[in-house]
Design a protein around this ligand. Structure first.
Ligand code: NAD
Ligand code: LMR
Length: 343
C-alpha cells in the first residue's frame, strides 16, 4: 500500500530549516512571479540546497537580491533573458519549471497549450544542452501535455532518461490531504492520500480507499470529496478572479516534491511521491502513480494497488481523456519536428 514518507510537522520544519551537509544546485525557471517567488523562498530555506539559480525573462535580479539577504546557506543568483539561461542551468541537478502563463476564469488548463508548449520546449532544450543529467520537474500547465513535449527534445540531444522527468501533481495530493483532514478532524500533516492519473479535471483520481490513516466515507461524501479535489484548481482560479491560479500552495507542493527528491538523491531511503511520468506498465503511456524515489530519480513505480469499484470507474473515465491528451502532445512533437526539418 502506498504511503508518502511520514512527515511529521517537525520533520517538515527540519527539511526547510536546519543545517546539513548536502550540496544541491536547484534551478527555478521562471522565478519572478506567482509560483516562482514563493518556491524560490522555500528552496532558500532548505539546507538541502546550496545553490539556487533563478531564471526569468524579467525581474530576477530583484528577486535574487531580496532572497539573498535571508540568513541561510543557499546562494541565490538571478539570471535574466534567454542569453543568460545557459549559465543559470550549468551544473543544476534539479530544475523546477513553473513557466509561462496561468489560466483565467472560464479557461481550462488545455487552453494554455498553444502559448505554453513552445516555451516549455525551449526551456527543455536549454536543459538538455546545459544540465543533461538534471531531474526535470514540469509545473507548467497543461501538465498532461507539457510533459510529453520534453522526451523528444531530450532524445534529440541523446540525454533522455524517463526516470528523471516528472510532471508535477503534488498539489493534488496536498489538497486531498487537506480536504480529508477537514472532513475527518485528523491532523492534515498526518494524512496521506495518493492521487493518480493526470492533472486536469477527471484525470485527477484521488485513491481515497488508500488514505492513511484509514478513513471511511459514505458514497455521497466520496463523490463530493472526489469532485472537490478534481475542481480545486478551478476554485482558486475563480476566487482569484483574473489574477491567476494557485501559486502559494503550488510553491509549497513543488518544494515538498523537490525536497523529497533531493533527500532520495542523497541516498535517503523511503521517499515516495506521486508524479506524472512515462508508464510502460499501464494502459496509458503517461500516468501519475506513487513512485519510490532514489538516487537516480524514479526507483520503483508502486502501481495502483487494489482499487475500489468507485476508483476503477474513475480510472476508466480518466483513461479516454488522458489518451486524447497524449495523442495531442505527440502530434505537437511530430509537427514541430517536421517544421524543424523543413527549415
Ligand atoms: P505567473 O504568470 O505568475 O508566472 C509565470 C512566469 O513565466 C513569469 O515569471 C513570467 O515572466 C514567465 N514567462 C512569461 N512568458 C515567458 C516566456 N515567453 N519565456 C519565459 N518565461 C516566460 O504564473 P504562475 O501562477 O507562476 O503559473 C505558472 C504555470 O504553472 C502556469 O502554467 C500554471 O497553470 C501552472 N500551474 C501548475 C500547477 C500544477 O499543479 N502543476 C499548479 C499551479 C499552476
Ligand atoms: C491547479 O491545480 O491549481 C493548477 O493546475 C492551476 C490551474 O489552472 O488550476
Amino acid at each position: 500500500m502506498f504511503s508518502r514518507v511520514a512527515r511529521s510537522p517537525a520533520s517538515i520544519a527540519r527539511s526547510f530549516c536546519t543545517s546539513s551537509q548536502n550540496n544541491a544546485k536547484v534551478a527555478v525557471l521562471d522565478a519572478s512571479r506567482g509560483i516562482g517567488q514563493p518556491l524560490s523562498l522555500l528552496l532558500k530555506k532548505s539546507p538541502l540546497v546550496v545553490d539556487s539559480p533563478l531564471y526569468d525573462i524579467v525581474h530576477t535580479l530583484g528577486v535574487a537580491a531580496d532572497l539573498s539577504h535571508i540568513e541561510t546557506r543557499a546562494q541565490v543568483t538571478g539570471y535574466v533573458g534567454p542569453e543568460q539561461l545557459p549559465e543559470a542551468l550549468k551544473g543544476s541537478e534539479v530544475v523546477l519549471i513553473p513557466a509561462v502563463v496561468p489560466r483565467k476564469p472560464g479557461m481550462t488548463r488545455d487552453d494554455l497549450f498553444d502559448i505554453n508548449a513552445s516555451i516549455v520546449a525551449t526551456l527543455a532544450d536549454a536543459c538538455a544542452r546545459n544540465c543533461p543529467d538534471a531531474m526535470l520537474c514540469i509545473i507548467t500547465n497543461p501538465v498532461n501535455f507539457t510533459v510529453l513535449i520534453v522526451p523528444g527534445i531530450l532524445k534529440k540531444h541523446g540525454v533522455y532518461n524517463p526516470k528523471r522527468l516528472f510532471g508535477m501533481t503534488t498539489l493534488d495530493i496536498v489538497r486531498a490531504n487537506t480536504f480529508v483532514a477537514e472532513l475527518t478532524g485528523l491532523d492534515p500533516s498526518h494524512v496521506n492520500v495518493p492521487v493518480v492519473g493526470g492533472h486536469a479535471g477527471k484525470t485527477i483520481i484521488p485513491l481515497l480507499s488508500h488514505c492513511t490513516p484509514k478513513a471511511e466515507f459514505t458514497e455521497d461524501t466520496l463523490a463530493a470529496l472526489t469532485h472537490s479535489i478534481q475542481e480545486a484548481g478551478t476554485e482558486v482560479v475563480k476566487a482569484k478572479a483574473g489574477a491567476g491560479s494557485a501559486t502559494l500552495s503550488m510553491a509549497y507542493a513543488g518544494a515538498m516534491f523537490a525536497l523529497s527528491l533531493l533527500d532520495a538523491m542523497n541516498g535517503k531511503e523511503g521517499f515516495k511521491e506521486c508524479a506524472f511520468v512515462r508508464s510502460e506498465e499501464g494502459k496509458c503511456t503517461y500516468f501519475s502513480t506513487p513512485l519510490l524515489l532514489g538516487t537516480n530519480g524514479v526507483k520503483r513505480k508502486q502501481g495502483l494497488g487494489k482499487l475500489s469499484a468507485f476508483e476503477e470507474k474513475l480510472v476508466a473515465e480518466a483513461l479516454n481523456e488522458l489518451k486524447a491528451s497524449i495523442r495531442k502532445g505527440e502530434d505537437f512533437v511530430r509537427e514541430t519536428a517536421a517544421q524543424g526539418e523543413a527549415q
